[in-house]
Design a protein around this ligand. Structure first.
Ligand SMILES: NC(=O)c1ccc[n+]([C@@H]2O[C@H](COP(=O)([O-])OP(=O)(O)OC[C@H]3O[C@@H](n4cnc5c(N)ncnc54)[C@H](OP(=O)(O)O)[C@@H]3O)[C@@H](O)[C@H]2O)c1
Length: 279
């Protein structure tokens, strides 16, 4: 808790040292064997958090655990499972509870099928709900009561810049992820008074295997080289490059810290300046 001091006649709060320290905190990070989830998990562990990480492929998940343990020395538990399946979500939540109940929940997930509206069938829409929204709601319902009881919690959902500026060929992401923004604002209002904050992150284009998949999709549909497809994806980014997963991780670590105790209900872009609209 900050204490008060007097500087040149003004009574002000003493500044705390500016270093993110999440030791003593447990974080559940979903979709974390590679890509953004892995980058976020690494940064949270570097800041001192212990982790429960999830993805479908148990081998890849174990490799991610070993890499993070070796790099940071933190305790990392694995909770393999498919976020679209209720029975797997039950198991993931059970693992998280067994190791003490997460103080921090970072939600990422798999990417939905690329496509324009008329390329997609109703089964794609059903699956996109199951992938992008359903697990966020399910796991939040499981984890939130303990955070409220503890009077401290951080929930951070990964969405996409596509919910502000719809991206070509990503109809499912453009539409279904908007539900995450509604979830953020709804929960922020409902649980803010219990010391729990709920925020969202809107990545622009972060260099991961998902982006490589999107580049291959452009290559196949438009008959351009893979390099040309990748450079199309990075055009219009003032930073002049794609983002790195860890650059999302640094924001997550900040939002998860006490420095961000008054940031609640925000949807924050991490996009190298790509967003063109004012709001
Ligand atoms: N990269 C970007 O520029 C960008 C921008 C905006 C939004 N996004 C979104 O951010 C999310 C993460 O993207 P990314 O770039 O990190 O992708 P990525 O590099 O392909 O990594 C995806 C991760 O999710 C896991 N995963 C996929 N489907 C899953 C499922 N059904 N249940 C559990 N885990 C699952 C994968 O492991 P397994 O395959 O072993 O399950 C992997 O660990 C996606 O929803 C993507 O659409 C990405």
């Amino acid at each position: 808790m900050p204490s008060a001091t007097v500087i040149t006649g003004l009574r002000v709060e003493t500044l705390v040292p500016l270093e993110i320290n999440l030791s003593g905190k447990l974080a559940l990070v979903t979709a974390a064997s590679r890509g953004i989830g892995f980058g976020v998990a690494r940064v949270l562990a570097r800041a001192g958090a212990d982790l429960v990480i999830n993805a479908r492929d148990p081998e890849a998940l174990r490799r991610a655990r070993e890499a993070i343990r070796e790099e940071t020395g933190r305790h990392v538990e694995v909770a393999p499972g498919d976020l679209t399946r209720r029975e797997d979500l039950e198991r993931i939540a059970a693992v998280a509870r067994e190791v003490g109940g997460p103080h921090i929940f970072f939600f990422s997930t798999g990417g939905p099928r690329p496509g324009r509206f008329l390329d997609l069938g109703m089964e794609d829409w059903d699956y996109a709900y199951r992938l992008l929204l359903y697990p966020a709601v399910y796991l939040t319902r499981e984890l939130l009561p303990a955070m409220i009881e503890r009077r401290w919690g951080r929930i951070i959902y990964l969405a996409s810049l596509a919910i502000k500026e719809p991206m070509p060929n990503l109809a499912l992401s453009n539409v279904v992820r908007i539900g995450i923004a509604g979830l953020v604002r709804t929960l922020a209002r409902e649980v803010g008074s219990y010391g729990v904050t709920v925020n969202g992150i809107l990545p622009g284009i972060i260099h991961t295997s998902r982006v490589e998949e999107l580049a291959r999709d452009i290559q196949a549909r438009e008959g351009v080289s893979y390099e040309e497809a990748l450079s199309r994806l990075s055009s219009g980014i003032p930073a002049g490059r794609l983002g790195r997963p860890e650059e999302v991780g640094y924001l997550v670590a900040f939002l998860a810290s006490d420095y961000a105790s008054y940031i609640n209900g925000a949807m924050i872009p991490v996009d190298g300046g790509r967003q063109v609209s004012v709001f």
